[in-house]
Design a protein around this ligand. Structure first.
Ligand code: NDP
Ligand code: 8X3
Length: 252
């Protein structure tokens, strides 16, 4: 992975931030996206310890025009992206499908599905032209089976699976690889965002279990990225040992 150019969306927290540290530690060059410029600068400062070049590309993945402008603004030396990690994502609330807020669901769908699709559409043609590249999407166990209060989020992660599978088909005659990583419960800022800043509710999600960490997922992402060129890790479901399915989890 030394000198590979890796673009990570949503690198200001959780899994994305862990991926930034992991790939930096392995000598990759990084393009880090996020919305919070201060957090991006702080991460860039911390990554100086690894002595790898880091380019900050702040934007909201939902704003297609801004995404395009940002990618177009990259200097020539930063345009040949080897690995795209489509990680930015979120859920808001646990409402029933017939009761939730349509505007909040727009945010979730626009981020998790349309944002990922914009990134793919804008970055992958260059990979095809260069004959190399790897797209790693962060899906979820939630995309396999719906759960109570997760309807729209589950639908977006099912969409990530379909988009990953479809892209793998579309690229089958190229050397490019497509991976969908589907984590179970990972303790990040995810549940804090879901419960709109209510830390108590977020903590309750992980009460009595040892959840995965962002670093655990970054290890899996790195494994997929560093596999030999003829090995395509198509999909990985990774859960904590205490979790069996999206809804079956053993608590102490
Ligand atoms: P975090 O909330 O810790 O991190 C989410 C990251 O995405 C943040 O950097 C956030 O930035 C960024 N982001 C959100 N919306 C946008 C946007 N519109 N444009 C750019 N960046 C954005 O959660 P996780 O690290 O857990 O989540 C990362 C991915 O992992 C998501 O796709 C999530 O669905 C998935 N996932 C998480 C699981 C979990 O249990 N935690 C399990 C399975 C999958 P900002 O601070 O600006 O909001
Ligand atoms: C996040 C995992 O089970 O909270 O994708 O939906 S879950």
């Amino acid at each position: 992975m030394k000198d590979k150019l890796v673009l990570i969306t949503g690198a200001t927290s959780g899994i994305g931030e862990s991926c930034a540290r992991k790939f930096a530690a392995m000598g990759s060059r990084l393009i880090l996206n996020g919305r919070n410029v201060e957090k991006l600068k702080q991460l860039q400062h911390e990554l100086e310890a690894y002595d790898v070049p880091v380019w900050l590309l702040p934007f909201d993945v939902r704003d297609r025009d801004v995404v395009k402008q940002a990618l177009d603004s990259l200097p020539e030396a930063w345009r040949h992206i080897d690995i795209l990690i489509n990680n930015a994502g979120l859920v808001l609330g646990m409402d029933k499908e017939h009761e939730g807020d349509l505007d909040e669901w727009d945010v979730v769908i626009d981020t998790n599905v349309k944002g990922l699709l914009s990134m793919t559409r804008l970055v992958v043609p260059g990979m095809v032209a260069r004959g190399c590249g790897h797209i790693i999407n962060i899906g979820s166990i939630a995309g396999d089976v719906a759960y109570a209060g997760g309807s729209v989020y589950c639908a977006t992660k099912a969409a990530v699976k379909a988009l990953s599978d479809g892209l793998r088909i579309d690229l089958v005659d190229t050397p490019l690889r497509v991976t969908n990583i589907k984590p179970g419960m990972v303790e990040t800022n995810f549940s804090v965002v879901r419960f709109r800043g209510d830390q108590r509710k977020a903590d309750a999600v992980y009460a009595g279990i040892q959840p995965l960490t962002g670093d655990d997922i970054a290890d899996v992402v790195y494994y997929a990225a560093s596999a030999p060129a003829h090995v395509q890790i198509a999909e990985v479901l990774v859960v904590p040992t205490c979790q069996a399915t999206g809804t079956v989890c053993h608590r102490r």
